[in-house]
Design a protein. Structure first.
Length: 288
């Protein structure tokens, strides 16, 4: 049966343009591989029960491979902590919260190795940290790197936005001490305005990041599709399951907030559990 001609909308055209430098499909000599990389898989409807089951499976994966994955994910909270210390040293106290909260935007990049561990355990393979690092040998590494750069760009854009908000709130200069900064934020109208606007804008950035990356990285790793196909599939998953994915976003946000204490070290446990759970959620939301 002949398929209807697909009309590319401006957003999809932009995604294709952004993905072209990173995708390998355009230089593959195998026509079947090129065609397969352009096929978007079907998505399923998922419920809240699927989220809890994914978290349970994610914890099981973490428990089975914790010695190997902790070695990998420990770099993530350490990097966030260094960024926060740097902001405090260079009189950028208003940027500490945007840095720490926005750092979650690139969490899916840090979790790529975890998806590979879950994928191998799903097949019954023995896994080690070498398997997680081996993701860089994946045929889809170009698209994975491209997707990572998209999230990094979103993170940088969030920081620039947060910085502009802080400049408007503290026109006379930000406080030089943590005590002074907290007093300004919670005891002045300018500080409260900055907090309210910052949280609202940050929510929008987080929603965009969730929508485009909910299943993108696992899909790229599993099926080696083009980057724009992975993003469109992720958007479809969110569009078909808006309530469930909104709940997933809240679960992730709450877990990351809890994991940020103390000094981001809780993320050494939270990040791998969420990463493994994301793989299992992908399995539930996307047709094989």
């Amino acid at each position: 049966m002949a398929s209807r001609e697909h009309v590319v909308n401006p957003f999809e055209y932009l995604l294709k343009g952004l993905s072209r430098p990173f995708t390998e499909a355009h230089w593959r000599s195998d026509p079947a591989a090129r065609a397969a990389a352009r096929v978007a898989p079907q998505v399923r409807r998922i419920e809240a029960a699927d989220l809890w089951d994914s978290l349970r499976r994610g914890f099981d994966d973490f428990a089975a491979a914790r010695d190997d994955v902790i070695f990998i994910v420990i770099l993530y909270p350490l990097a966030g902590l260094l960024l926060a210390v740097a902001a405090a040293r260079y009189d950028l106290l208003p940027m500490i919260f945007p840095l720490l909260s926005g750092f979650a935007l690139i969490g899916p990049v840090a979790a790529v190795g975890l998806y590979e561990v879950s994928r191998r355990r799903e097949r019954g393979d023995t896994v080690s940290w070498l398997d997680a690092v081996g993701v860089f040998r994946s045929p889809a590494i170009g698209s994975i790197m491209g997707m990572g750069l998209v999230l990094v760009a979103l993170f940088v854009l969030w920081l620039l936005t947060a910085y502009e908000i802080s400049l408007l709130a503290f026109a006379d200069g930000a406080p030089a001490t943590v005590e002074g900064f907290l007093k300004e934020v919670f005891a002045t109208s300018a500080g409260l305005w900055m907090a309210a606007v910052g949280i609202g804008v940050g929510f929008l950035y987080a929603a965009v990041a969730l929508a485009i990356s909910a299943v993108s990285f696992p899909l790229l790793l599993d099926k080696h599709v083009d980057m724009d196909v992975a993003i469109r599939t992720s958007l479809k998953v969110v569009a078909r399951n808006p309530v469930t994915m909104a709940l997933w976003g809240l679960v992730v946000a709450a877990a990351l907030a809890i994991g940020s204490l103390p000094a981001l070290m809780g993320l050494i446990v939270v990040l791998p559990v969420l990463g493994h759970a994301t793989w299992h959620l992908y399995r539930k939301a996307v047709e094989p």
